[in-house]
Write a protein that binds this ligand. Sequence first.
Ligand SMILES: C[S@@+](CC[C@H](N)C(=O)[O-])C[C@H]1O[C@@H](n2cnc3c(N)ncnc32)[C@H](O)[C@@H]1O
Length: 377
Amino acid sequence: MANHTPLGVYVHWPYCARICPYCDFNIYKNKALDAARWAEMLTRDLELMAARTPNRKLTSLYFGGGTPSLAPLDVIDAVICTCERLWGFEPGPEITIEANPTDAEQSHFEALAAAGVNRLSLGVQSLRDDALAFLGRDHDAASARRAIETAQRTFKRTTFDLIYARPGQTLSAWRDELGEALNFGVGHLSLYQLTIEPGTAFAKAVAAGRWAPATEDQCADQFDLAQEMTADAGLPAYEISNHAAQDARSRHNLIYWNYHDYIGVGPGAHGRLSIDGRRLATEAAKTPADYLSGGADRYVTEVLDETAQLVERLTMGLRLTDGVTLYADDYFYADERRTERLHALIDDGLVTLDCGRLRATVNGRRVLNAVLYELLR
Ligand SMILES: C[S@@+](CC[C@H](N)C(=O)[O-])C[C@H]1O[C@@H](n2cnc3c(N)ncnc32)[C@H](O)[C@@H]1O
């Protein structure tokens, strides 16, 4: 019997032209590569995953990275065709690729669109040259603007990422930059507060005292401004960092946040599958070399118990302004003390529970990690 619960495929492309000083994603410097081998490996893994998810169609396909806009078109094409052959897509599928402004040639974008990509996620990061230099980006603000316009001309849907709460960034400067971003009229924006990730060049610079990250107050003020300005522009926040008109929300990322099933292929990609009443977590070999080795042990699969599932479901779901459903027989209620802590959080105005829907309030979303700790400890 057909199972129509949302199912997405995430494809991780691990290469970038340069490693940005703030980034701790699973990425490697771009180099000459064997496109045929990549297409073969990704196709083989998709076939493996399709055998585990019969009678389902795909809601979405997402090429993430790294910089998948650098991937050979043959590989992108092979993956899209393989997904069509193995599962087929639900009506109106969402096929997204992440791209850097440096790869925004009209012809390249048109080729991606011709292959089936209908949503482009552009890693703009900032519309200010000094900030782009600080973030170690290989594009300037002018080329970012051109890339956004090229994407808007080529794809049904365009979104771009901005990093804010940068050291020395003032509230009025953020207001100007965000105002300019909203003026492009895209239906979706991802606004990420700069985080100092362990092991990155930025972490070393901060540890050496070369500069200090934005303060909590500066972060909170800029977060609040982003909530206000995007809502006024008709792109209210639907997730902690994501803002969109209702019909422009990322269907693929909503699969993660609503804890639905997704398949992860490519180096280090994660997956979550519901099979025979069990919840499975899959993880692919991390390095390109191990991944391309083709060994049977390239994927690790783990059965998630109820506690692990609850932690993941709430951690992802409470990022959404719509929150997460707590069912009457929910494992959440298995621990009475947890229910008591829930009511304390409600009294503190950090979460609400309405018709079985648990939501973090605006104040709760500012301190979401603390709320989650309280709910799940
Ligand atoms: C997988 S990355 C996108 C990669 C794409 N190649 C790029 O650089 O544009 C996804 C997004 O995460 C955000 N990001 C990555 N590291 C971050 C950090 N340390 N702090 C805040 N945002 C970060 C950036 O906005 C980036 O566009």
